[in-house]
Design a protein around this ligand. Structure first.
Ligand code: 5GP
Ligand code: MG
Length: 475
C-alpha cells in the first residue's frame, strides 16, 4: 500500500485585498524555504473560485498573466516541500473539492498521524480519494452528512484528526484558519491596509506560516493563531473560537522550526528565530568550547548560530564556505553526477580563511551526516589544520511524525552511531552537539510547550497509523 505523503509546507491566505492572488504569490515567495516542490494559489471573487497549481518554485509556476487572470479579493496559497516519490500534480495544494456545500479549498501544513486509519475506514465505505496526501482526509470528513450539517462544521471535523496541522480553508466567501491543539507548526495572523473591497473599510487580513510573509506583503503582525483555535473571516468580520477542549490544548511547538526550518527574520512561537539561533550558538560555545583561530558556518542554515558561537567564544567569525545559490533544491542530477559532486557544486571553501587554521565549523543539524563528511574533506584539501564541528541541536535519533521530512530511523546517523563514531565517520578533530537543556534554554516559553521528539523520542501525540516506514508497530 502506498505511503501517505506528509510534508512540511508553507501557507498563506488573504482576505479583503483587491489583488489577493498577486499578494498570495508574494507571500508564498517569502515562504519558499518551506517548500520547493510545488506551489498553488486559489482565489475567489465572492462568486467564482479559480486556481492555478504546478510543480516547481513559486516563480516557475506563476507568471504575470496567470495572476492577471485570477481576480478576487480573497485567496489561499500553499508551497510544498520536496519528498521523494510523491511528486504528482494531483497532490499539489490547495486541494479544491466540490462537496455538498459547494467548493472548498484546503491547504495544510503538518502531518496527520491517523490519516491512514481514517482513510482505510472511509474507503471501506466507498469514499474515493483523489490524492495520496494525508490532507485529503479532512475533506472527506467535511463531506460526510453527519458532519456537514453541523453548525460547528470544520471545528467538529478537526476533533477527529490527530497530529500536526495548520490549515487554511476557503469557500467562495469565507476564509477559515485552524491550528492543532499542540500548535506543532507555526501560523500567524496580521492586518493589511487595502483600498477596500466589498464596501468595507480598507482593512484586510493575512494569515501565514511565518511572519516573514506578512512583512513581504506589508501586513502588520497581529498575533499567532493559538493551538486549538479556529478563526473565521467573512463579510461579518473575524470570529475566533476554540474547537479543542481546554484540557486537550497542550502546546508542543516544533523546536526544529527554530533550529533549521523557519526563516531567521520570522517570529514563531513567541520568539525571534534569529535571536533563538544566536542563543543556541552562544550556548554551544559554553557547552563545547574549542581552541581555534576562526569560526564559520555551513551556510545558510548554520549562519546565525555561528554568530552566537563567535560572540560567546571571542573567536573571530569569518566566511569559510561559499554557497552557490543557483543549485535549486529541485535540481535533478544527471545519472553520472555523484551525490558528493552535488555537495561540491553547492559549496566551495575560501582557502585563505581556512589554510593552516584551527577551524570551528557551526552547523544547525546532522541528519544523515553525508553532507558534512564531504565538506570536511574539502576543508582538509584547502589546508584546514583542525576541524571542530559544532552542531546547534542534539543528535537526531528519532523520526518525526509531525511533518519534518527526516529519513527512516536507520538512515539517521545518530541513531546507530555514538558521538565518537560520528566524529570518526565525518573525519573531524572534535564534535559537539548541543544538549536538550541547552536547546530549551534558548526559547522563552516553558520547556513543556515544545516538541523535542526527534531528539528525545518523547512524542506528544502517539502515532496512530502503522509506521512501517519507521520500523514501528502501530499503537
Ligand atoms: P545531512 O546530515 O543529512 O547530510 O544534512 C543535514 C543538513 O541538511 C542539516 O545541517 C540541515 O541544514 C539540512 N537539513 C536538515 N533537515 C533537513 C530536511 O528536512 N531537509 C533538507 N533538505 N535539509 C535538511
Ligand atoms: Mg545545515
Amino acid at each position: 500500500m502506498e505511503d501517505l505523503v506528509g510534508h512540511h509546507c508553507g501557507l498563506f491566505g488573504i482576505y479583503n485585498a483587491p489583488d489577493a492572488a498577486a499578494k498570495t504569490f508574494l507571500g508564498l515567495f517569502a515562504l519558499q524555504h518551506r517548500g520547493q516542490e510545488s506551489a498553488g494559489v486559489v482565489v475567489s471573487d465572492g462568486k467564482k473560485i479559480r486556481s492555478k497549481k504546478g510543480m516547481g518554485l513559486v516563480t516557475e509556476v506563476f507568471h504575470e498573466r496567470d495572476l492577471a487572470e485570477m481576480p478576487g479579493h480573497m485567496a489561499i496559497g500553499h508551497v510544498r516541500y520536496s519528498t521523494t516519490g510523491s511528486s504528482r500534480l494531483t497532490n499539489v495544494q490547495p486541494l479544491v473539492i466540490d462537496y455538498s456545500h459547494g467548493l472548498i479549498a484546503v491547504a495544510h501544513n503538518g502531518n496527520l498521524v491517523n490519516a491512514r486509519t481514517l482513510r482505510d475506514e472511509y474507503e471501506a465505505y466507498g469514499s474515493i480519494f483523489q490524492t495520496s496526501t494525508d490532507s485529503e482526509v479532512i475533506v472527506h470528513l467535511l463531506a460526510r452528512p453527519e458532519h456537514s450539517g453541523r453548525k460547528e462544521g470544520i471545528g467538529h471535523c478537526l476533533k477527529l484528526i490527530k497530529g500536526a496541522y495548520s490549515f487554511l480553508f476557503m469557500t467562495r466567501d469565507r476564509l477559515v484558519a485552524a491550528r492543532d491543539p499542540q500548535g506543532f507548526r507555526p501560523l500567524v495572523i496580521g492586518r493589511i491596509v487595502t483600498p477596500g473591497q466589498l464596501g468595507t473599510i480598507g482593512e484586510g487580513y493575512v494569515i501565514a506560516s511565518e511572519t516573514c510573509a506578512l512583512d513581504q506583503v506589508g501586513a502588520r503582525f497581529d498575533r499567532e493563531i493559538e493551538p486549538g483555535e479556529i478563526v473565521t473571516i467573512d463579510a461579518d468580520g473575524v470570529r475566533s473560537s476554540k474547537f479543542a477542549k481546554p484540557e486537550e490544548i497542550k502546546p508542543a511547538h516544533c523546536m526544529f522550526e527554530h533550529v533549521y526550518f523557519a526563516r531567521p527574520d520570522s517570529r514563531i512561537f513567541g520568539d525571534s528565530v534569529h535571536d533563538v539561533r544566536i542563543a543556541l550558538g552562544e550556548r554551544l560555545a559554553v557547552e563545547h568550547p574549542a581552541k581555534a583561530d576562526v569560526v564559520f558556518s555551513v551556510p545558510d542554515s548554520g549562519n546565525v548560530a555561528a554568530i552566537g558561537f563567535s560572540r560567546k567564544s571571542g573567536i573571530t567569525l569569518d566566511t569559510g564556505f561559499i554557497r552557490n545559490h543557483y543549485v535549486g533544491r529541485s535540481f535533478i542530477k544527471p545519472a553520472q553526477i555523484e551525490r558528493e559532486t552535488v555537495v561540491d557544486m553547492k559549496f566551495n571553501v575560501v582557502r585563505s580563511v581556512v589554510e593552516g587554521k584551527r577551524c570551528v565549523v557551526v552547523e544547525d543539524s546532522l541528519v544523515r551526516g553525508t553532507t558534512f563528511r564531504k565538506q570536511a574533506r574539502i576543508l582538509r584539501q584547502a589546508g584546514a589544520k583542525e576541524i571542530h564541528l559544532r552542531i546547534s541541536c542534539p543528535p537526531i535519533r528519532n523520526p518525526c511524525y509531525y511533518g519534518i521530512d527526516f529519513p527512516d530511523r536507520v538512515q539517521l546517523i545518530a541513531n546507530n552511531k555514538s558521538v565518537e563514531e560520528i566524529r570518526d565517520f565525518l573525519g573531524v578533530d572534535s564534535l559537539g552537539f548541543l544538549s536538550v537543556e541547552g536547546l530549551l534554554s534558548a526559547v522563552t516559553q516553558p520547556t513543556k510547550n515544545y516538541c523535542n521528539a526527534c531528539w528525545t523520542g518523547k512524542y506528544p501525540v502517539a502515532p496512530v497509523d502503522s509506521m512501517d516506514k519507521y520500523g514501528m508497530e502501530s499503537v
